[in-house]
Unconditional design. Sequence first.
Length: 417
Amino acid sequence: MKALALSDLLGLTVYDSAAGKLGRVREVALVPQEDPTRIAALIVRTAQGDRIVGTELLRNVNGGVHTAAISAELPKYTSGEGMLLLERDLLDQQIIDVHGRKVVRVNDIELSFEKDTAESARGLHLRIAFVDAGARGAIRRLLKGMVPRHSLSNWLERIPSKSIPWEFVNLIETDPARRVRLKISSERVAKLHPADIADIIEELSPAERDAVFQTLDEDVAAETLEEIDPKLQVSILNAMESERAADIVEEMDPDAAADLLADLSDERSDAILKEMEPEERQEVEELLEFEEDTAAGRMTTDYMALAPTARVHDAVEMLKAYDGGLESMSTIFLIGENEKLLGAVPLAKLIVSHTDTLLSELAVDPLISCSPEADEREVAEIFDKYNLLTLPVVDETGALTGVITADDVIAILRAQL
């Protein structure tokens, strides 16, 4: 299999079936919805205008592009709709390297090609192999035509390659219409950890940031949004339609959602709340009433609670159906009449206990809690003193009103740095 840089292919002379000069390579086209790696055609600039030369007509690339094309039969190139044009859409563009979990700039593109000797009529197998994000690709383009090709090629071998396999590349398309036509999504990005996606998002321009967010499903977008700097959260949410923003906010932890909406203008916050489902809206609205720097302002209403008469198998069934945050799964709280907090059972105790064991028998002692009015410093000190994963917040009647998790404390400490 041979390799060829896109910058070397662009501008090469193209010869027709009679070995006459047809024109020069202007563009290289991919049709992602048909094949995300195979080059579909070359756009060739001829004396009669731009023509499309399908790769099934290619025969060799050696000192030029040799084809089986007949000039009069080549279709005119009128639009790149549905096509990804490598020079126009990739060179010098920012892309996401999902393997390295970072944003990089495309300096060149490495193509691979081979002749199918068994089926010569099919032409060359020309595919995208790598994206060059290093100095080698940039220098190759910069010195093209200024230095003899052989000398330049030998010199470039001294520069370390910084190539990213095409399968690890996620494209950023800011035009929604083109994104649909080219079927560009962020499936590869969505498989990353939300914290990694957040780091990538923070490196992008506003238009690119919005484009990536629009292709994430609500669950991934919500988890990612919680990892992003609060000021940037506001910018991202303000750029969305209220309905889309509401779908994402509904998937966030209630405390994180309340903190975010509190940072928005009253008008924008009300517009998003109006689009939310009644149950999620009520949870968030209740949290919005509390001061942000208090326990009540930091707590979430997303937690697991059962009666003290429940057994281990009841807790297991609750865990199976629970769709809240991972942090809230570490403890199951025991509540009695009027939501009064009676105990707490660590998840670890469930694992080693018989399924018929009463949860009340597994409750830890002492039961640590705090009041809704406790300030952030007091909350952090309680977590540190008792080495907690969760801290229940109880009102003056002893009723469980919410839970503070370890990630909330980390957020408090980070804000104080």
